[in-house]
Design a protein around this ligand. Sequence first.
Ligand SMILES: *[C@@H]1O[C@H](CO)[C@@H](O)[C@H](O)[C@H]1NC(C)=O
Ligand SMILES: *[C@@H]1O[C@H](CO)[C@@H](O)[C@H](O)[C@H]1NC(C)=O
Length: 412
Amino acid sequence: MEVKARVVGQVLHIIRQFMLNRRTVLVSVFCVILLVLWQSTFLLTDIDSTHFLKASRFDTGAKNMKSKPHIVFILADDYGWNDIGYHGSFIQTPNLDRLASEGVKLENYYVQPICSPSREQLMTGRYQIRYGLQHSVITDDRPHGLPLDEVTLPQKLKDNDYSTYLVGKWHLGFFRKEYLPSRRGFDKFYGFLTGGEDYWSHRRPNMYSQDASEYHGLDLRDQDNPVLDQNGTYSTHLFARKATEIISQHDQDKPMFLYLSFQAVHAPLQAPDKYVERYRNLKNTAVQKYSAMVTAMDEAVGNVTIALRDNGLWDNTVLIFSTDNGARRSAGSNWPLRGWKNTLWEGGIRGVCFVTSELLEKKGTTSEALIHISDWFPTLVRLARGSTQDTKPLDGFDVWNSIRYNSYPSFC
Ligand SMILES: *[C@@H]1O[C@H](CO)[C@@H](O)[C@H](O)[C@H]1NC(C)=O
Ligand SMILES: *[C@@H]1O[C@H](CO)[C@@H](O)[C@H](O)[C@H]1NC(C)=O
């Protein structure tokens, strides 16, 4: 106490001495005027700087606060809990393992047990029971889709200056043009609209026919137009190539939202021989093929991250890798979780997920926080410095701080 008082006394004494000197006072006043002038021009000429001051309260961790982070959301289809190297799988997933080990693994992450409902929640931040899509996936022949009055994630990101791209599977309705991804917030769409199809011909069999060859409809589109010249290109390679093209053509001054929604590793079990070769020692041919599909997808993710680095986007990117539901019974594994895709057991609804980004504070960690696929909508809209005030009531929560600091979301 005494020491403190003495220090304060000394400081006051110096200030008094200083102020007594008239010349010093004049110089100080002059300096203050200069400072005020400089501040006001700074505020007038650079509107972003006021934005900066306001935004700093919501500091996302972006190094340059003027640039919003790029968001790359990679969704795997029917990918099992145990089918990734870091959960102990024999399947080779070196790229996913490396990315996860540099990021935060979300080990208490939940999704819906089937495809369309998970995708709907990702797109809206709202449970599908709110808009009547809780029963099943969106089948090809039914006139329904994600209701048009729902605000989608790409729409919100677009409102906040993002370029928005969907490569791969949509599966949220196509019975009228208004339901197509190009009308739901995506600047660019390259992919397919239904639930699954042949990986090479991109044709979908008639689900109601006994004879699978009876009717095959092509389901591969560039914007709204059919793509006729990719028969024979394996979809994992095709979508990886499209994603890397988009990344290399993207205008670097704009923030990017890339939703890369793989067909892999949904049925049918199809993979190029090159990848199947690696699993020749396995007895079960279904498991051989499934493993090969996973390894091809892993390579595709590796290629996309290389493109992000090569094009200078990586340091300001938030990459999220997630499955849409657990593995189905035929070939994948959800061990040690019980159940499969289509079930409400953990094996159906607890999903593989990790986040990798230079913007994370606790890299290389595992998070036990309870996080749900519906949380991405508010989380990513806020990362884009947007507002969720004008949406319908959300079920998801902003979990960015929980992920970034790897702490429980006590201060969301
Ligand atoms: C796609 O390619 C396969 C293999 O070359 C061929 O058998 C098939 O007829 C082609 N399908 C179409 C619609 O061109
Ligand atoms: C990844 O890129 C390499 C090199 O361009 C290419 O040979 C390979 O087919 C790509 N893999 C996938 C899955 O797209």
